[in-house]
Design a protein around this ligand. Structure first.
Ligand code: ATP
Ligand code: MG
Length: 337
């Protein structure tokens, strides 16, 4: 099975991360015989300045035909790009792995958590209004359909890992909404994996107390937003965190960090989060095609990144090294086989 990927460079450090990473994309295609076709599209602040739209029609045309979207960080117009694409293509599952890397300082080692966040409803649906003078109301929408669908994603992911899922909610207070979410998760996951439930306040505390008690966390939109940042920070730094937005028709892969204009153009940005997002894209291609070459390429990329961190010689300043973006990428490229 072949795939077409719409490649968005983004803003700030985005263009250098994406263009410098192209040697890795090409090498993976070559080494593993991957029929992946990358088509560059403009989106973000630079597109807004040039065309008056953060997501120009020409770009949308290409994105519409592509199977997946791979993007660097976007600046001020991030919401106009990602949020719009997420809604347009119903990319309902946000996957945020938090995994330690060797020689990246953090309080805990060997953290390996995957937060599976429902991406389309909850308080983020945007149904808010002023009910009376000084009274604002926001509606929390939870549906059985979306909850079952995210639980199914958590199940699929858990089966590839330690087969352990913690459903995080607050059904002791929000009996109706969170109660429905928990019931849906139970119906999909109970009996199929080591399944448990935890209230969100307890989960937040347990993440900083003993993160290694978690494997997969499945949760609603708002809790997932907060817990995934917490988990990412516990594993090391948001700067090395990748993410995926998965839908049935299309998926989008991007680093968690922003455009970081302060260090743009200096060849010191860390490409790890972007490259780990590439590995997640290859995972998704494997899921859809069941062709081993995609799984092998994903593992090879992750292993190469891991080795470079273990070696400690070519790390960028944000993780305590003094190498350039190019040097780190070249080191990863050398380890790819
Ligand atoms: P946003 O407005 O989306 O939050 P941002 O430009 O503030 O974007 P963040 O991701 O919040 O970017 O990053 C905060 C700071 O962390 C940046 O200003 C930068 O110094 C550093 N940083 C972020 N990503 C990286 C990276 N990939 N490599 C090196 N440093 C980074
Ligand atoms: Mg910021």
């Amino acid at each position: 099975m072949s795939f077409t990927v719409a490649l968005i460079q983004g803003d700030g450090i985005g263009p250098e991360l994406v263009s410098k990473s192209k040697i890795i994309l090409a090498k993976l295609n070559e080494l593993y015989g991957l029929p992946i076709n990358y088509v560059e599209v403009e989106a973000g602040d630079r597109a807004l300045a040039k065309y008056g739209e953060a997501l120009p029609k020409e770009s949308l045309k290409i994105i519409d035909k592509a199977d997946m979207i791979l993007k660097g960080p976007v600046g001020e117009s991030a919401a106009d790009v990602v949020v719009k694409l997420r809604l347009m293509y119903d990319m309902y599952a946000n996957l945020r792995p938090a995994r330690s890397l060797p020689n990246v300082e953090s309080k805990f080692s060997n953290v390996d958590i995957l937060v599976v966040r429902e991406n389309t409803e909850d308080l983020y649906k945007g149904f808010e209004y002023i009910a009376a003078d000084g009274v604002a109301v926001g509606m929390k929408i939870i549906t059985w359909k979306a909850s079952v669908r995210i639980a199914q994603v958590a199940l699929n992911e858990a089966l590839k890992r330690k087969k352990k899922v913690t459903c995080v909610h607050k059904s002791n207070v929000m009996r109706v909404t969170d109660g429905l979410f928990a019931e849906a998760c139970r119906s999909v996951l109970k009996g199929k994996v080591d399944y448990s439930e935890m209230y969100v306040d307890a989960a937040a505390a347990n993440l900083v107390r003993n993160p290694n008690m978690f494997d997969v966390i499945v949760t609603e939109n708002v809790y997932g937003d907060i817990l995934s940042d917490e988990a990412g920070q516990i594993a090391g730094s948001l700067g090395i965190s990748p993410s995926a937005n998965i839908g049935d028709k299309k998926s989008l892969f991007e680093p968690v960090h922003g455009a970081a204009f302060d260090i743009a153009g200096k060849n010191i940005a860390n490409p790890t989060a972007f490259l780990l997002s590439v590995a997640m894209m290859l995972d998704r291609m494997y899921d859809l095609s069941k062709e081993d070459r995609y799984a092998k390429a994903a593992d090879a990329l992750r292993n190469a990144i891991y080795k470079v961190y273990e070696e400690k010689k070519y790390l960028t300043p944000d993780v305590g090294g003094n190498s350039t973006t190019d040097e780190l990428i070249n080191a990863i490229s050398r380890y790819l086989s």
